[in-house]
Write a protein of this length. Structure first.
Length: 504
C-alpha cells in the first residue's frame, strides 16, 4: 500500500488491549489509518492485558471490533490479514516488573529486526487507577528515557478534582517530561471542533465582531440520547460535570473564546487556551446553586418510543445515587473581549437527541426600524457551529418573507461538511492517534490546562458535595433536562435555543 506517512517506524504498546476502548475505538482507528496509508511501513502494535489468549485470539477479538465499529464497516479479509500481521499480544500483570522487562525485550527485538530505532508509544487504555503504576513501571524498566522517541498517552478521567489532578501531574512528570505526555480529550479530534479554529482564524469576516460589543451570549450544548449503558460503575463516581464539562465542554469554550494564535504551534495554541480558562471568573461558592450551576438526574421516561429506566435503576448504579446525569453552568470570562458575556454550558444523558452545537448569539440591532407586525418572526442573528450529528455551520439571519406585506423571518445560511466535501470525516481517534505518531501535541491537554479546567469546576463540585440535591430524579428521560436549567437563562431574560438539528 502506498504510504502517505512521514512518521518514523513506530511500536505502539496498548495497555488494556483486551478492553472495550481498544476494540471499539483504538484499533478501528489504527486500521483506518493503515488503509489510508498513514502508518509507517515498519510499525507494530503490542497489546498487553491480563487475559490469557494467544495472538490469533487477540487478532480475532480486534477484528470483531473493526467489523462492528469501524466507520468503513466490515474489513476485507486481505486488508485485515495485512494489518493484523502487525499485531502482537503479551499476557501481563501490570504490577509485575517482569512483564515490563519482557516488553522491553520485545521492543528491542523489533528494532533489531528493522535495523533502526523506532518511536515508542505507550497507550494506557486502562482504568485511571493504573496510570501511576504503569508510568512508574515503564520508568523503572528504562522505557521512559528517550525523550525524543518515547510518548505516553492517557485517557480521561485525569484526576477527579484539582487536588488529585495536580498530584497525578506531579507523579507523572517525575517519570516523563511534559513533552512526552499526551492527555486525550477526544472532542479535540473531532473535525468540526478543529474547524472552529479554521473558521475563526482563516476568515477576516468574523474576528472583528467576535467580542462583547457584538455578541450577547454563547450557548454550548452537548446532548446525549444514551444513558450510562454498561459504564454505571465509573459514571456513578463521576457525574456529568466531571465526565463532560471539565474536559469536552470547556475545551470547546476555549476554542470559541481564545485570542488569535501567532502560529499553529502546539504550545502557542495551548497557551491561548489556558489563558481563557484562567480568565474564567471563579464561581462564588455561595451562589453556585441555581444561579451559576444546575444539576439533574434522569428518571424513567421515553426516548423515540422506547422505555428508558431511571438512572437509579441502571446497572452498577446505587439505587439512592445522587450523581448528576445533567449539568448546566453559567460562566463569565474576565478579559477585554468577553466582559459580561455569559457562556451557558449544558450537557446531559438521556436527552431527546444526540446533538452537540455551539450557538453564538449576537446582540439585537441598535435601532429597530421595522413596524411591529413585521417583527413577529424576528430573532437576533445567531451563528451555529454544529459538531454532531450534522457537521456544519449555519448563520441565522433575517429575511423578508415573500409577499405583499413586510414580514421578517429568521433563515439559515448553511454549510454542511458532507455536502461540500463529500468525503467522510476521519474519526476523532484517527486524528489523535496520527498526531501521537507524528509527535504533534497541539490537540492534547497540557498539565496546566487540566489544572485550570479543574479550578473552574471545583467550586461547583464542592458546593454540590456539601449539599445533597433535592428532588432527584428531576427530569424524565427524553426531556431537555430539569426546569431549574431553564431558569438559569430565563433569570437573564434569555432561553435555551432549540438545537438547529431539531428545528429542521
Ligand atoms: C466520553 C464520556 O468522554 O464522551 C461519555 O465519558 C460520553 O460519557 C462520551 O458518552 C461522548 O462522546 P461522543 O463522541 O459520543 O459525543
Amino acid at each position: 500500500m502506498q504510504s502517505n506517512s512521514h512518521t518514523e517506524p513506530a511500536i505502539m504498546t496498548v495497555f488494556g488491549a483486551g478492553g472495550d476502548l481498544a476494540q471499539r475505538k483504538l484499533v478501528p482507528a489504527l486500521f483506518n489509518l493503515f488503509l489510508d496509508g498513514w502508518l509507517p511501513e515498519q510499525f507494530r502494535i503490542v497489546g498487553l492485558d491480563r487475559t490469557p489468549m494467544d495472538v490469533q485470539a487477540f487478532r480475532q477479538h480486534l477484528r470483531e471490533g473493526v467489523d462492528r465499529f469501524s466507520r468503513r464497516g466490515k474489513a476485507k479479509d486481505q486488508d485485515w490479514d495485512r494489518f493484523s500481521s502487525h499485531l502482537a499480544y503479551l499476557v501481563a500483570d501490570f504490577a509485575d516488573q517482569e512483564a515490563f522487562s519482557l516488553l522491553s525485550d520485545r521492543i528491542a527485538a523489533c528494532e533489531k529486526e528493522w535495523g533502526q530505532p523506532a518511536d515508542r508509544i505507550f497507550y494506557l487504555a486502562t482504568p485511571p487507577t493504573m496510570m501511576e503504576l504503569i508510568a512508574q513501571q515503564l520508568h523503572r524498566a528504562g522505557l521512559s528515557d528517550d525523550r525524543e522517541r518515547v510518548r505516553i498517552v492517557f485517557e480521561k478521567p485525569f484526576g477527579r478534582d484539582l487536588e488529585s489532578a495536580c498530584k497525578l501531574n506531579d507523579v507523572l512528570t517525575s517519570f516523563f517530561a511534559e513533552t512526552q505526555i499526551y492527555r486525550i480529550d477526544h472532542y479535540l479530534g473531532k473535525e468540526t471542533v478543529q474547524n472552529i479554529l479554521a473558521f475563526r482564524f482563516a476568515n477576516a469576516l468574523f474576528e472583528p465582531i467576535w467580542d462583547q460589543r457584538y455578541i450577547d451570549h454563547v450557548q454550548i450544548t452537548v446532548a446525549e440520547e444514551v444513558g450510562v449503558g454498561h459504564r454505571g460503575g465509573y459514571y456513578d463516581q463521576a457525574g456529568a460535570l466531571r465526565d463532560m464539562i471539565q474536559n469536552h465542554l470547556l475545551q470547546i469554550l476555549c476554542l470559541v473564546a481564545m485570542e488569535p494564535p501567532v502560529s499553529f504551534g502546539a504550545d502557542e495554541i495551548r497557551n491561548k487556551k489556558v489563558d481563557v480558562l484562567r480568565a474564567i471568573r471563579p464561581i462564588p461558592t455561595k451562589d453556585v446553586m441555581d444561579q451559576f450551576a444546575v444539576r439533574g438526574q434522569y428518571g424513567e421516561g421515553q426516548i423515540d418510543g422506547r422505555h428508558v429506566p431511571a438512572y437509579r435503576h441502571e446497572n452498577d448504579v446505587s439505587s439512592t445515587s445522587n450523581t448528576e446525569t445533567y449539568a448546566a453552568l453559567k460562566l463569565f470570562i474576565d478579559n477585554w473581549r468577553w466582559q459580561n458575556v455569559p457562556f451557558y454550558l449544558r450537557t446531559g444523558k438521556c436527552l431527546p437527541a444526540r446533538i452537540s452545537e455551539v450557538s453564538v448569539v449576537f446582540r439585537p440591532v441598535p435601532h429597530q426600524s421595522f413596524p411591529k407586525p413585521a417583527l413577529e418572526g424576528w430573532e437576533t442573528n445567531r451563528l451555529v457551529i454544529q459538531i454532531q450529528p450534522n457537521e456544519g455551520i449555519a448563520m441565522c439571519v433575517q429575511a423578508k418573507r415573500p409577499g405583499l406585506e413586510v414580514r421578517l423571518d429568521s433563515v439559515a445560511m448553511e454549510f454542511c461538511y458532507q455536502e461540500v466535501f463529500q468525503t467522510p470525516s476521519p474519526e476523532a481517534y484517527e486524528t489523535l492517534l496520527l498526531d501521537v505518531l507524528q509527535g504533534d501535541a497541539t490537540l492534547f491537554m497540557r498539565a496546566d490546562q487540566i489544572e485550570a479546567a479543574w479550578s473552574v469546576v471545583t467550586p461547583v463540585l464542592e458546593a454540590w458535595a456539601a449539599k445533597a440535591p433535592v428532588g432527584f430524579p428531576n427530569y424524565p428521560a427524553g426531556s431537555w433536562g430539569p426546569e431549574a436549567a431553564d431558569r438559569l437563562l430565563t433569570g437573564d431574560e434569555r432561553h435555551w435555543l432549540a438545537p438547529m438539528a431539531d428545528v429542521e
